[in-house]
Design a protein around this ligand. Sequence first.
Ligand code: KG4
Ligand code: ZN
Length: 340
Amino acid sequence: MRILGIETTCDETAAAVVGVGFDGRGEILSSEVLSQIAEHAAYGGVVPEIAARAHVEVLDRLIARALKNANCAIKDIDGIAVAAGPGLIGGVLVGLTTAKAIALVTRKPLMAVNHLEAHALTARLTDGIGFPYLLLLASGGHTQLVAVKGVGDYVRIGTTIDDAIGEAFDKAAKMLGLPYPGGPHVEREAARGNPERFALPRPMQGRAEPNFSLSGLKTAVRIEAEKIAPLTQTDISDLCASFQAAIVDVVVDRTRVGLRRFREIAGAPKALVVAGGVAANQTMRQALQRLAVETGLKLVAPPLALCGDNAAMIAWAGLERMRLGLIDDINAPARARWPL
Ligand code: KG4
Ligand code: ZN
């Protein structure tokens, strides 16, 4: 079985072909990702209209390249999977309309996949883990702790009441004059900074509900930066290190509480899975690894190329759904908001 996947919900245009090997495990046959970061960098964030236009310009070529690199023609594909949301509606429409056109012309099944579900199922593609598991999804747009009990069977345990984790990294970076997207820059600066120089708050730490609130932490960074402005290179590194240490502490604490809640509702988890762009952060990974060891779990974090947005995860989610007969109608809607 081979599935073509398409992803256009945010600022990455992506197409991929994923199949299943003889052992039933997923196999990425090709995965093309074109980031629009350069187009949005000047604005310090993603501009929806620019994103949608950029998807239109490159998507056809990207699909052709994904097929070519997977050594197959469209006739060899068994189904078309597309992220139908949540995301920026203009971009979602570009991908969804393209996928529908291909599905109609080739008479192949269409799977309108939830982008968050695709992040949630990626660990099964990369590590073949079984259900149930606890997912920490940490990206620029989403922060969720989810009990993944089966394909299509998700219970949200916690979420953020304001900024997403990646968004907090991006906003802190912007305040410190670092380029967008800020996460990787903050991590680089933090590596040479002193995480103990600034006593930043750990919002929500210790609370019984495994939710997040990060906007106060971001404000605390701004206040500290204003106190010592103009900032030297060392100040920036120390602020980044202190910020990263605070956010990692919060994430570990919230995830620990999430694991407790998970056991109440879904029994023993098979793994702790971290996904989304922030999962690229090595300090975060190491801290979650320690939490996993402490709680007797295996930490599964997808390889860096699959942490951020990509189409292999969409194809895989489509494949998982198609195997269960979960095929969508050609009228499947594009959804800006679509909770798991
Ligand atoms: O999953 P993703 O590629 O896109 C969505 O938001 O859906 O995640 C991008 C986010 C951005 O906020 C980016 O700053 C953050 O992930 N990020 C990081 C790192 N790499 C990417 N945050 C912290 N440390 C990193 N190394
Ligand atoms: Zn994403």
